[in-house]
Design a protein around this ligand. Sequence first.
Ligand code: USQ
Length: 387
Amino acid sequence: MKGKVLILGGDGYLGWPTAMNLSNLGYSVAVVDNYLKRWIFNKLGVIPLIDCPDLQERVNIWKGLTGHEIKVYIGDIGGHDFLINLVKEFQPDTIIHYGEIPSAPYSMLNHNTSWETIQNNLNATLSVMWAIKTIDTDIHLIKLGTMGEYGTPNIDIEEGFIEIEKNGRTDRLPFPKLPGSFYHLSKVQDSDMLYLGVRMWGLRVTDLNQGPVYGIHTDESRIDKENRLIPHFHYDEFWGTVLNRFITQAVVGIPLTVYGKGGQKRGFLNITDTLQCVRLAVQHPANRGEFRVMNQFTEIFSVNELADKVKTVAKSLGLKVAIQNYPNPRKEAEEHHYNAKNTNLMGLGLQPNYLTDNVLIEMLEIAMRNKKNIRQDIILPGRAKWQ
Ligand code: USQ
């Protein structure tokens, strides 16, 4: 056995595929989730493209197909006693923390959802930090952060820290943060808490600042021909990342929803590369007392570039796609400098799976096969309030 990995947020878009990936590689894996996101989907009236069985059912399907066991715990990691008991019982070497509410638009919907996002995310991170401090400070914590912590400054984006010279003195200090939503702010606050834990208690922490992810299948979800192992794939205003949304819009004939001028640039990555990056972090833990920040993306695109790519590839499949500039529901720069480093993960051996036509074709074909599930009334933006 390679080691024990506990995945917080194991029901999510990234948590579940990570669990299968590490399980397949011989790690002993446990997942925990309180199904909060499923509860919020219901509250908002949105659904994923393909229905996901609950965790217990999925681990049974996984065991039936591969023989590998994944342990399931259902509960709230912010409930500190629950988390303490489960960390004591499972005794992980690594904890991967995806257990947060991950939507910028949801955090900008109203006061309740802003507070829900902030308190849920900070409470979860604080609970994990204290569990590690109390039980075993040797546990490596891998935390999913976001590139959105940095915002879009008019200088190149480093990985977590920047060398600053002031009045003849120099220091390596945390890179300035300019988040663009209460969700992104909650990740900034997480990072600040984690760095404090590293300085005070000598924790070993990796903060993965990830850009928007795209993709449906991973190598492991392909094993099940009935598609029961596919993660939650969202295309609605709240949970769908931009490329995933464009794919479903292309299939149902809604003009691609480019917000504003579409010059917004972000660092993107394929879901299979999320798994690769997290795996590299597991295999190469941060040192004790190290707050290691790695920017997790493989390619930088503007929203316009993504829309053009989807339009061109969809055309080759016989789909007629229009692109429309919608009034931007968000407050963000629509034309800006964007040059972010991602050398830390590349240095650990990341082999990027780039956004090729074939990747887009596979996503479009899956969306086309499931076209009857696509709810057109949940696609257009308008409910979140940035303005
Ligand atoms: N956008 C459009 N049209 C759409 C949806 C989005 O033009 O229909 C634009 C947005 O205005 C933004 C960009 O695409 O400029 C990215 O938006 P997104 O919804 O794909 O990504 P975001 O809200 O920033 O959040 C997503 C994930 C989040 C993660 C983040 C990484 O939901 O969990 O932290 O990507 S990053 O964007 O680098 O902060």
